[in-house]
Write a new protein. Structure first.
Length: 367
């Protein structure tokens, strides 16, 4: 699936709790200066009017009519039917609002709504990490190709998404890959998001530095402290990102037992991957106990850090060999090494969401 040369235009929206950012994409590229309007989160009539005005302002910049509207919107939601039931940062939509059908009547075009974590992974599967990995495998002469991508976003929350053979897996209740409710390895009685988010890094730094959490610096500042680019408690900064990696690594280990492919990490905290990725790999490559005291590998596959050049070379090389087809005199390439690669977004989270929204709309139209 490649829409790099597709001339159809799709309107998009990045719906945050502070701003609604509207744009238009053609051939996998943004073609207008985005329109940014303050989010109306509490009054439904005002929120709907803002959304309608934002899309209209983008349309006024275009020379031709778009073929669809496609965007991410916070859930809970019945995404296939375009019904939003958000009671968190967008309480105006509590109780169920058919946003998709309403927009279709306003603009007379199809409307597709998804979760931002889903669209992030879809974008990376279409034009990001997944095709990059497969290109590297081809260049290395490997017969292996990956068709499955799982992704998580590390930011204000811990989101997820899954794409297999070009299709986004949403689930029967629009509730697939709700990974934010996995158990937290550091505190098993708690959910993972409290240990795998911006607040987790800040709280960990504050605890280890002996300061009030309210006084904790931003994750970027904590990253800089760990890398000797800023003043602060270096040991606390390093430990904050190590703890993040440990928690995320255990979650990805659980996830990797349920799917088999590549893992991509996005979100604002992904920029600190050099600090947390070693702990992720340690967790995924470590043991799990048996009742008799023995140990097993945590997951079947061998885990590789795709951001490490030497590991990437080893991953793409694999264990390819030629094996004989009995009785034919023919051989075929065989790579028995079961492996999972963990990498960081190649597009950037926001761009990946936009491309994911664009590709999803065109895929649905063509289907």
């Amino acid at each position: 699936m490649n829409f790099d040369n597709d001339q159809r235009i799709v309107l998009t929206l990045d719906a945050g709790g502070t701003n609604f950012v509207f744009s238009a994409i053609q051939a996998n590229k943004e073609i207008v200066e985005p329109v940014r309007l303050p989010s109306e989160t509490r009054e439904l009539e005002k929120s709907l009017e803002t959304i309608k005005n934002g899309f209209q302002l983008v349309m006024d910049k275009l020379d031709e009519k778009p073929v669809a509207i496609s965007f991410a919107f916070p859930g809970p939601a019945d995404y296939p039917n375009g019904i939003i039931d958000n009671v968190g940062n967008l309480p105006a939509f509590a109780g169920g609002v058919p946003l998709g059908p309403w927009l279709e009547k306003q603009f007379d075009m199809p409307v597709y709504i998804n979760n931002d974590g889903d669209l992030f992974v879809y974008g990376e599967a279409i034009a990001g990490l997944l095709p990059k990995v497969n290109q590297l495998l081809e260049e290395a002469g490997s017969p292996k190709r990956y068709q499955t991508l799982f992704g998580v976003t590390l930011g204000t929350g811990f989101g997820g998404g899954l794409v297999h053979k070009g299709q986004l897996f949403i689930g029967d209740n629009s509730n697939a890959t709700e990974v934010w409710l996995l158990r937290n390895k550091a505190r098993p009685e708690c959910f993972i998001e409290d240990g795998a988010s911006i607040r987790a890094v800040k709280n960990s730094y504050a605890k280890n530095a002996g300061i009030d959490p309210e006084a904790a610096p931003s994750p970027k500042e904590i990253e800089d402290i760990a890398l000797d680019k800023a003043e602060g408690d270096k040991a606390a900064a390093i430990e904050a990102y190590r703890e993040l990696g440990e928690v995320v690594g255990e979650a990805l280990s659980t996830i990797a037992t349920l799917f088999d492919g590549i893992i991509v990490i996005g979100g604002g905290l992904s920029y600190g991957h050099k600090l947390f990725m070693p702990a992720v790999l340690e967790a995924m490559g470590g043991p799990i106990k048996k009742y008799d005291g023995g140990e097993l590998d945590r997951i079947v596959q061998k885990t590789y850090n795709l951001e490490d050049e030497s590991a990437l070379v080893e991953f793409t090389k694999g264990e390819t060999k030629q094996i004989a087809v009995p009785g034919t005199g023919e051989t075929l390439a065989y790579d028995p090494l079961k492996r999972v690669g963990v990498g960081v977004s190649t597009l950037g989270t926001s761009e990946a969401v936009g491309i994911g929204a664009y590709a999803f709309a065109l895929y649905e139209l063509d289907s």
